[in-house]
Write a protein that binds this ligand. Structure first.
Ligand code: 9D3
Length: 247
């Protein structure tokens, strides 16, 4: 995948793009990222990227022309084919795992990071972009949203994860929260690892994990269980959980 990130804050990205799963995807040649500084595409001596909103009001608006030129440069550098263009915005459609799966199949993506009061609306039709939000909380700009999107995509690119991890990752298409996990030592400041996990009884362990996953999902994210087809085993476990006092 070819990815261009267009931003007024290019310094935000080195570091984050050089760690973890994104670094691995880049090292394997499965992801090629370029960060494009919109300010490099201004033409006046002050490097003006924003201006006052028509109609008045507080805050500045990102101008069209520097963005259009930055995009044209990124598109040329990316080679043939039009990229799928995303603009980060609080007004965007909510980013989900299903959308991430669709985007991970694109050969080329450009993400334009919004700042200030927003971007001149004409950028959307000019770039053929769609707006994307990562959730209902207020950020000060689109850069962290772009990183969230890149991280979610990088781990979905074929070949980034090992087979075992990929199979497990698929189980988010079956969205239950995870059961708790533990590692050594067996006791920490009086807190013991649940006995069942030390038992070596794989069937008991599987059932315990399934029960705890259902319990947490029921307690913390009941929305994930709504309208969901459950196996007979899950129904039985969930009935047990609902019969217990909350814990
Ligand atoms: C709808 C909020 N606006 C009301 C006046 C103000 C405003 C808040 C935050 C305008 C811009 C921003 C900056 N946020 C983003 O650029 C952003 C964002 C977010 O704030 N939350 C979740 N996803 C995203 S994607 C881009």
């Amino acid at each position: 995948m070819r990815l261009s990130i267009l931003t007024l804050n290019p310094g935000y990205f080195p570091g984050a793009l050089d760690e973890g799963m994104i670094r691995i995807a880049r090292q394997k040649g499965l992801l090629e990222v370029s960060v494009v500084a919109i300010r490099d595409f201004t033409t006046d001596r002050y490097g003006t990227t924003d201006d006052y909103p028509y109609g008045g009001g507080a805050g500045m608006v990102m101008k069209v022309e520097p963005i259009a030129r930055a995009f044209e440069s990124a598109r040329r550098a990316a080679g043939p084919g039009a990229p799928h263009v995303l603009v980060t915005s609080p007004q965007g459609r909510r980013f989900t795992q299903a959308w991430a799966r669709d985007l991970a199949r694109e050969p080329s993506i450009a993400i334009l990071c919004g700042r200030y009061r927003g971007i001149d609306e004409r950028v959307i039709p000019i770039l053929g972009a769609e707006e994307i939000s990562i959730g209902d909380y207020v950020l000060s700009g689109g850069e962290p949203a772009a990183l969230v999107i890149v991280d979610a995509l990088a781990r979905l690119l074929p070949g980034v994860l090992g087979d075992a991890e990929s199979a497990e990752a698929d189980s988010f298409s079956e969205p239950l929260l995870d059961a708790p996990v533990y590692t050594r030592p067996e006791e920490c400041e009086g807190h013991r690892v649940p006995e069942v996990l030390l038992s070596g009884n794989h069937e008991r362990i599987r059932l315990w994990r399934r029960r705890e996953a259902l319990r947490r999902t029921w307690n913390r994210r009941p929305d994930l269980l709504e309208g969901r087809e459950l196996s007979d085993e899950d129904k039985r476990l969930l009935k047990e959980i609902k019969g217990e006092v909350a814990r």
